[in-house]
Design a protein around this ligand. Structure first.
Ligand code: FAD
Length: 367
């Protein structure tokens, strides 16, 4: 049986960056994944020349120069700027909340007008100590923005009424008094031309990779193949759910190739903020790369409970789950040969740049 310095469980972004760093320093790595492809949730494939983000829109954005330089060493990035549109009962609004949105909502054209309207609505709500997400949102931006652009989307996303969600989910709501639809404030932003899968391929070039391979089906065998193990799967699964299951929110992606349709919605991301519409977003993939193909591919995103199946996408970081995670983390610390990293093993929503940052820092501890 071939022996390796590292067994990496999961070839998502975290596992792949670690594998790349380790092999660059001459360490041998075996990377396994239970899915049939590399890249985890950043996986992209190509349909009729269009790069499709298989697991939802993935826009790379960061303020960290080191991370930007690192990721750009594997691909050329375009100048894509995320400017989603919200559709509420057929009326369109720009996101994030900025002067364009306020003009569309109230016809307000000066920031003084907007400030006055928001202040008045906050005052009328008369909420001193918000006890749930609804009260928190209204106390931050007033009733109109909350009801049109936040309520329906949030309730679909979390599968609960906004009055049953903790106020802590929304700490602040960025409101811009300029005409700027750029969703992110980061210095660097873009989409890798040709998608994320080629990036991951380049990262894994000097590793052995086994797909369709669930670590737990042959754990003893894999444990004997490497000196150290880096585990990026669900932490509760690793410990056989001994304290109970961590909760996640999942999504169902309904992807369709529209033959002969050049342009379906004119934007990569359209959010549906009305509670009556069962989905939260429609993604039109070609717009991430300014494509001019004859066809288009769209994905409709339906939030769903993880318990009903699907992948564990969003950790539900409420008090109960965070306490549970803490217990698993204590167990993880006692594992001598195993390290835990990435969004599933750390039970935390990370953007891609944070994952890269953490994987680079993690690798440097060993090499
Ligand atoms: P994962 O990609 O989940 O990788 C973990 C891998 O481990 C998986 O491939 C899994 O199959 C494998 N695995 C688990 N258990 C086992 C096992 N027992 N045996 C073998 N393999 C196993 N970030 C951004 O910066 N910008 C965005 O626009 C953005 N959009 C997003 C949209 C959605 C819908 C979601 C869900 C996330 C988005 N993210 C975005 C976050 C981004 O997807 C993550 O930061 C990144 O994918 C996390 O990488 P990871 O390696 O930690 O996890």
């Amino acid at each position: 049986m071939k022996q390796y310095d590292y067994l990496i469980v999961g070839c998502g972004l975290f596992g792949s960056v670690v594998a790349e760093q380790m092999t660059k320093k001459g360490k041998s790595c075996l990377v396994i994944d239970k899915r049939g492809h590399i890249g985890g949730n950043v996986y992209t494939n190509t349909v009729n020349g269009i790069t499709v983000h298989q697991y939802g829109a993935h826009i790379f954005h960061t303020n960290d120069k080191r991370v930007w330089k690192y990721i750009n060493s594997f691909a050329e990035f375009n100048r894509y700027t995320n400017s989603p549109i919200a559709n509420y009962k057929g009326k369109l609004y720009n996101l994030p909340f900025n002067m364009n949105t306020f003009y569309q909502m109230w016809g307000a054209i000066t920031q003084e007008d907007v400030r006055k309207i928001i202040e008045l609505q906050k005052k009328m709500a008369n909420i001193e100590e918000p006890s749930n997400l609804e009260e928190q949102a209204i106390s931050l931006v007033g009733k109109d923005i909350y009801e049109t652009l936040i309520k329906g989307y949030t309730e679909k996303q979390w599968g609960r009424k906004a009055t049953e969600l903790p106020p802590s989910i929304i700490k602040r709501i960025p409101v811009r008094f300029v005409f700027d639809n750029n969703y992110f404030n980061d210095n660097y932003q873009g989409i890798p031309i040709g998608g994320y899968t080629p990036i991951i391929e380049r990262m894994l070039i000097d590793c052995d990779v086994m797909l369709n391979t669930d670590y737990f089906k042959k754990k003893d065998c894999f444990d004997n193949m490497a000196a150290r193990i880096i585990y990026t799967g669900e932490i509760d699964r690793y410990f056989n759910y001994c304290y109970g299951r961590l909760e996640y929110r999942s999504l169902k992606f309904d992807t369709t190739l529209l033959n002969g349709v050049e342009n379906y919605q004119g934007n990569a991301v359209v959010n549906y903020t009305d509670a009556e519409v069962p989905y939260t977003r429609i993604i039109e993939h070609k717009h991430f790369e300014f494509g001019n193909q004859r066809d288009t591919v769209i994905t409709i995103e339906y939030p769903q409970s993880f318990a009903k199946g699907g992948e564990p996408y969003y950790p539900v970081n409420d008090e109960h789950n965070n306490t549970l995670y803490e217990k698993y983390r204590m167990l993880a610390q006692q594992e001598e040969r195993v390290d835990f990293g990435g969004r599933l093993a750390e039970y935390k929503y990370y953007n891609m740049d944070e994952v890269v940052q953490r994987a680079l820092d993690f690798s440097h501890k060993f090499i």
